[in-house]
Write a protein that binds this ligand. Sequence first.
Ligand code: ADP
Length: 295
Amino acid sequence: MAKKKMNEAAARKRAEKTLEESRQNLQQYSVKLEKMNDKLRESLNKVAEKDQKMYDLNQRLLVANKKLRELDRMKSNFVANVSHELKNPLTNIKDALSIIVEGTAGEVNKEQERFVAIAARNTDRLYRLVVDILTLSRIEAGKVEPRIEDVDLAVLLEDVIEDFTRELARKELTLDKNIQHDLGTVPADEDKITEVIINLLTNAIKYTPVRGLITVKLTGTREEVCCEIADNGPGISKENQKKIFDKFERITAEKQEGAGLGLPIARELVHLHQGKMWVVSFPGKGSRFVFTLPR
Ligand code: ADP
């Protein structure tokens, strides 16, 4: 009996000891957990701090971006005003030179006629440049609203191509047409899309060597129509393809007249219609300019 009691007392003591050890272990774990918790809280605070910094930075960037946009719009406004002011006197100079050449203001000898013709040619160039700058800066300043109507692009393309008959013949270029005529109409500003097509065709004719091939294609889906003007001219390298839609960028054009504003204007005009414009080209093989207009 006494032995049993002794065993029970020993077992209780062992259990108490184990319990005490577990309690101490738990306490140690609890301290460790507390430390880990502190560290976690510290890290969370740091993340929150960083988050706040990122947010502040983002806010500052948004403000800077807004300011830049505003400055850009002011610049475009300024350029639009200056070009507008230049256009009128240039028109007067052009008219005055025509009057001299026609002889209305008195007889002109051959030598004088030659110099006046040089002045007239350069005034025409300057006038075209000013008009292009004016157009682009007005679009950039948000001052151009397309006058939307229902336009049949197939008819429009045929008309524009016909206007180019002489230019094509002069360089003995072949123009292949692949125009789908049953696409119906798209909502568009006819004058502006005409300008886009004229721009692309002018370039195709300008940069394609004599007796080259130009292809005009028009296709469509339920969502959009797609117009392609391709040539087998010199083509444009991948690197330059990124640049040609930037203002004043001219690549293969040393001997050709132009200011490098045609493509930026064309692309902006297409964007005004929520359309897209891009180029696919391989040097030595030719270029394909494509634009789409949503229905
Ligand atoms: P511009 O013709 O007045 O130089 P654009 O903006 O119309 O200006 O064209 C920019 C440049 O893109 C041209 O200078 C030329 O280098 C290149 N480019 C445009 N169209 C073609 C084309 N069909 N083939 C080869 N290069 C072209």
